[in-house]
Design a protein around this ligand. Structure first.
Ligand SMILES: [Zn+2]
Ligand SMILES: [Zn+2]
Ligand SMILES: [Zn+2]
Length: 161
């Protein structure tokens, strides 16, 4: 994904992002013979309401906005499924979730760029950065289970504003 598209312009046709994401998610699930059940789809759609990570509690209150009775556990289970299938990623520093921008592609979301101004979060997949980190860590005799780097800063649109 090029840098131009990493941070979608404010005011872009976001309905298209959401529709695209849901379509890709359906395809990923079909290919894996798993099902994008109603709750999983609803949670995914809620995560995709913007490019800003959203917390589990906010997802739950969004789903129950119109008198729904979704249980917190159901949201957590749906999030687990979506994460296991690479459809959403967890942003640990925010304790929140973001839709994957590379669904269905083989990728390792190792770095996230988080705009502290608008909250927009983009995936960065830098192999050299990953290699450098692995190297630096192994020099200390440490073995990595997972390496996710969350980088806070200002996105190009906020910088321009
Ligand atoms: Zn969008
Ligand atoms: Zn991803
Ligand atoms: Zn921003």
């Amino acid at each position: 994904m090029s840098q131009v598209h990493a941070f979608p312009k404010p005011g872009h046709n976001h309905a298209r992002c959401t529709a695209d994401a849901l379509r890709k998610a359906e395809a990923v699930c079909a290919a894996r013979k798993s099902r994008l059940t109603e709750i999983r789809r609803d949670v995914l759609e809620t995560v995709w309401q913007s490019h800003v990570p959203v917390g589990a509690y906010d997802i739950l209150s969004h789903l129950n906005e119109n008198g729904g009775k979704t249980a917190p556990m159901a949201v957590y289970r749906a999030l687990d499924f979506l994460m296991e299938n690479g459809l959403v990623h967890r942003i640990a520093s925010l304790n929140a979730f973001i839709g994957c921008a590379h669904m269905g592609e083989e990728h390792h979301a190792a770095q996230f760029l988080i705009c502290h101004s608008c909250g927009t979060t983009a995936e960065l997949e830098s192999a050299p950065l990953k290699r450098a980190l692995t190297q630096a860590v192994s020099e200390r005799g440490f073995t990595i289970d997972s390496q996710i780097v969350e980088i806070s800063g200002t996105c190009p649109h906020c910088r321009a504003a």
